[in-house]
Each structure stands twice: as structure tokens, then as C-alpha cells.
Design a protein around this ligand. Structure first.
Ligand code: ACO
Length: 325
């Protein structure tokens, strides 16, 4: 088995900034409610860019940061719930956009945990020797599946993408990844696909392709499952909570991060937050924040980080990473 390092990070978000107050043009809400309940102040919303455009932007930055050429990439995995097409995959569109024609490309659907799942796939491919250089992306254009007349959801989400380049290495990098799913929670967070429609079935009512969420239950689920996955992750390694420099959680709600920190008795200062600027970009939140931490010089060699996600499915997962970039 090889060691697998994160060699480069990148992110890309639409230019258009939508502040909380602007949302009161569509729904009965206000900045005070949104910021006090979620921590969100503004989000980036697409002016026409689709998920592949965001993913390509993030990929280009990660490739440059890793100091590699696109033809060295032999695997592209995109985690997204908002692909441009049913087919081709967003990963194939990225391949074309960055001209990485030596790569095998596919998408992963695990909602907001998507990036952790995709990182695990990349980790296993590179660790086993199947792949040498993998491009792992989390990208979502949530604005296209949001019901802009539903104040319970439209205030929470934004659009964006983040990427990492993984490479075979002699130094430690990704140490361990824990993932889990529970399909019994399918109704807590979902977005319908298209109905079955063919000459042999009775036509059903057209389902609206909008995201639906039971906010209270998702809050309960996430504050239960995140401590569990992190504890499991650390148990499998030789490290303890005190060894971890930063916890980077999926940015769904600042209050979720605060509740997890309290439950685990960890200083909230160790939890990196950028939700105020971007809202919840689903699969994008973790790699966008990782890129910000990297560019901002927060991460030093040998620092230990825990990344943790949760989302629709239900799905969850966490990754223990030693920063050796
Ligand atoms: N503006 C103003 N009022 C609002 C808004 C809004 N945008 N949304 C709801 N309200 C109202 C409700 O209607 C309710 O009014 P009522 O008391 O008259 O009925 C009141 O505010 C309180 O609503 P609650 O749902 O109890 O508010 P809560 O404190 O639970 O916060 C929230 C709601 C922010 C959604 C919270 O439950 C939460 O963060 N849940 C987790 C959501 C999440 O993380 N989702 C994504 C995770 S997975 C993924 O990323 C896909």
C-alpha cells in the first residue's frame, strides 16, 4: 500500500454575491433570522454557470497548486447532486475542460457527504496502486434545485466547488477515512428525479424537482452522527482529539458546528468556519474551506486535520489527514 498525499487544492465560486437581505424580496425572512439561526451572511449564486463550470474552475486551481500537468491525472471523481446532465458525467465534462485525457472519470452521489466519499475513492485508488494522480472534486449548483419560495431551504444554500489533487507519496497524508449511510432517512432530505414516463405506464403527477428538508431532524441527525464518525475515525488511528489542529466540518449551519464542538468538549476555535460567506454549497463546502485554509497559511507541515461531512441519503463520513503539502 502507498501513502496518499494531498498535493494541491483549488476552489471556484460564482461571482454573484447574494446577501441575506436580498432574499426578503422572495420570501418572508430577514438577515437577523438567517444569521442568528445559521451563521450565514451571504452566498454565491450562479448567473448561468453550471456545476461543470464550477468544477473546472476548482480543478484548474488545484492542478496549478499541485504543480502537475493535466495529462498526469489518471482518475477524476466528481461528487455532486446537481450534475449538468444525467449523462455524460460531470467528471467527463471536467476531463474535457482541463484536457486530462489519460483519466478515468465518474461521478459520486452522496449529497453533502459527497466530497468525503469521493476522497475515499481517490484514497483507495492511489493507495492500492491503481492510480497515481487523482483529481477529486466536490461541486454543486444548489440554486437550480432550490424552491426559491420556500424560506425553510432557500436561505441555506449556495453554489460552489472545491478540488484536491491526490498523489502517491512516501510521506503520510490521508491516514484513515470512515463512512456510513442509512437509507431509512431518505425522507429527511431529498430532491426528486424525473418520473417514470413511457407508453406502458399511466402518467403520474409531475414531481417538482426541488430540495425538501426536515431541518430539525437533519440538525438532530448531524449532531449525533458527526461525533460518532470522528470518534470511530480516531479510534482506528493512534491519535486522540487533542492531537487534532483543526476540525473542518461540512458547512451546513454554524450552530451544528458549535453543537458538535460542545458535545465533544472541543474548543470551537478549532472548527474552521466560512459558512458566513458561502452558505451550504453541499459537496463543495469541505474542499472550498480546505483551499481557503491552505491559501491563508493556516496549515503547517505535519498538522493533523479531521474533515467530516453529513447529508442526504442519509450519509456521513470523516477523514483524518496529516498535512504534508
Ligand atoms: N426566515 C424567517 N423565519 C423562518 C425561516 C426563515 N428563513 N425559516 C423558518 N422560519 C420560521 C419557521 O417557520 C418557524 O416559525 P413558527 O415558529 O412560526 O412555525 C420558526 O422560524 C422556527 O423554525 P424552526 O424550523 O424551528 O427553526 P430552527 O431553529 O430549527 O432552524 C434550521 C431551522 C436553520 C433549518 C435548522 O433546523 C437547521 O439548521 N437544520 C439543519 C439544516 C441543515 O443542516 N441542512 C443541510 C444539511 S445536509 C446538506 O447539507 C444537504
Amino acid at each position: 500500500m502507498y501513502e496518499v498525499q494531498i498535493m494541491g487544492t483549488g476552489s471556484f465560486v460564482p461571482e454573484q454575491i447574494i446577501k441575506n437581505d436580498c432574499l426578503s424580496n422572495f420570501v418572508d425572512t430577514n438577515d437577523e433570522w438567517i444569521s442568528s439561526r445559521t451563521g450565514i451572511k451571504e452566498r454565491r449564486i450562479s448567473s448561468g454557470e453550471n456545476t461543470s463550470d464550477l468544477a473546472i474552475g476548482a480543478a484548474k486551481e488545484a492542478i496549478e497548486d499541485a504543480n502537475i500537468t493535466a495529462d498526469e491525472i489518471d482518475l477524476i471523481v466528481v461528487a455532486t447532486t446537481t450534475p449538468d446532465f444525467f449523462m455524460p458525467s460531470t467528471a467527463c465534462l471536467v476531463q474535457k475542460g482541463i484536457e486530462a485525457y489519460n483519466a478515468t472519470c465518474f461521478d459520486i452521489s452522496a449529497a453533502c457527504t459527497g466530497f468525503i466519499y469521493a476522497l475515499n475513492v481517490g484514497f483507495q485508488f492511489v493507495r492500492s496502486g491503481q492510480s497515481k494522480t487523482a483529481l477529486i472534486i466536490g461541486a454543486d449548483t444548489n440554486s437550480k434545485i432550490i424552491d426559491w419560495s420556500d424560506r425553510n431551504t432557500c436561505v441555506l444554500f449556495g453554489d460552489g466547488a472545491g478540488a484536491v489533487v491526490l498523489r502517491r507519496s512516501d510521506e503520510k497524508g490521508i491516514i484513515h477515512i470512515d463512512t456510513g449511510s442509512d437509507g431509512r432517512g431518505d425522507e429527511l432530505l431529498f430532491c426528486p428525479g424525473v418520473n417514470v414516463k413511457n407508453p406502458f405506464v399511466e402518467e403520474l403527477d409531475e414531481k417538482k424537482q426541488f430540495m425538501h428538508m426536515n431541518g430539525k431532524e437533519v440538525f438532530r441527525f448531524s449532531t449525533t452522527v458527526v461525533p460518532q464518525t470522528i470518534e470511530k475515525l480516531l479510534k482506528k488511528s493512534s491519535y486522540s482529539i487533542d492531537d487534532i489542529k483543526y476540525f473542518l466540518l461540512h458547512q451546513a449551519n454554524a450552530r451544528i458546528m458549535e453543537a458538535v464542538a460542545k458535545k465533544m468538549n472541543i474548543d470551537t476555535k478549532k472548527f474552521y468556519k466560512n459558512i458566513h460567506n458561502y452558505g451550504n454549497t453541499s459537496a463543495g463546502t469541505i474542499p472550498i474551506a480546505l483551499n481557503e485554509m491552505d491559501k491563508g497559511g493556516l496549515l503547517k507541515k505535519k498538522d493533523l486535520l479531521v474533515l467530516a461531512g453529513f447529508g442526504g441519503g442519509l450519509t456521513w463520513g470523516s477523514a483524518l489527514v496529516q498535512w504534508n503539502k
